[in-house]
Design a protein around this ligand. Structure first.
Ligand code: 6PG
Length: 242
């Protein structure tokens, strides 16, 4: 994928944690991703000795459940990061998924537009994971949300993967306006999705392949298992040791 920097690391959660903590220490606007993979990165980031109080954390997507529900991405971030911080925490702009996909998306979009002056937000650091179907955030193959180019956040009534609860997701224009996009992907089960997302042409059947920041950077942090189906040219010599 042109422009993407792919790095293979034994434990990409460590590099992810360091990047998140550095952005937080600089008081940046940071978008967290959900799912299970980032939990270890968030736990490590919480243990790094930085001042989080100047940062603001956002969410690329969340499930339409209460914030204390087992499927809530906010709950995962609260448990793995926010509750573990020793000092004052960051500001947090939570997606109110419990309002439902449409109302939750409308509310989040209002906050995004009010904080960022009405245009497309330029987040300093935007984290993404990757599903086995090559989705990212809650932008699933062949879903209308993937084609949205005006809204900043939309509802997803029928996600393409478990948990099969409606979602609220940031849209592709927001992802592609970020100054730095960082994918964190691990595990053999993601290897095919990694190849489809980062080693082929942009393809709406592989939503992550459409993430191509207009002026920002794109870095893909992988463990060896997730990288196992990438052609050699997709991981430049020496990157693997970075
Ligand atoms: C979500 C995430 C989603 C996630 C991928 C990978 O709400 O589920 O935002 O895009 O990053 O589904 O999830 P795992 O890390 O659990 O494999």
């Amino acid at each position: 994928m042109s422009g993407a920097r792919t790095v293979v690391l034994e434990d990409p959660a460590v590099a992810t944690a360091e990047r998140i903590a550095a952005a937080a220490a600089d008081g940046r606007q940071v978008v967290l991703t959900g799912g299970s993979t980032p939990r270890a990165a968030y736990e490590r980031a919480a243990d790094l000795d930085v001042d989080w109080s100047g940062a603001t954390l956002w969410f690329g997507d969340d499930r339409c459940v209460p914030p204390d529900h087992e499927h809530s991405n906010f709950r995962m971030a609260r448990e793995s990061l926010l509750d573990r911080l020793a000092g004052p925490g960051p500001a947090v702009q939570r997606i109110e998924g419990e309002r439902g996909p449409a109302a939750g998306a409308d509310a989040y979009e209002r906050v995004l537009r009010s904080v960022f002056g009405g245009g497309v937000p330029e987040f300093d650091l935007l984290l993404l994971g990757l599903g086995p179907d090559a989705h990212c955030a809650s932008l699933f193959p062949r879903d209308a949300a993937l084609g949205e180019r005006e809204r900043l956040a939309v509802g997803v009534e029928t996600p393409g993967m478990a948990p099969l609860v409606p979602r609220v997701t940031m849209t592709l224009p927001v992802l592609n306006c970020a100054r730095e996009v960082l994918f964190l992907v691990s595990g053999e089960d993601k290897a095919e999705a990694v190849r489809r997302a980062f080693a082929g042409a942009p393809d709406p059947d592989a939503p992550a392949s459409l993430v191509s920041p207009e002026s920002g950077s794109l870095t893909v942090l992988l463990d060896p298992e997730a990288a196992s189906q990438l052609p050699a040219e997709a991981v430049p010599e020496g990157e693997g040791a970075a």
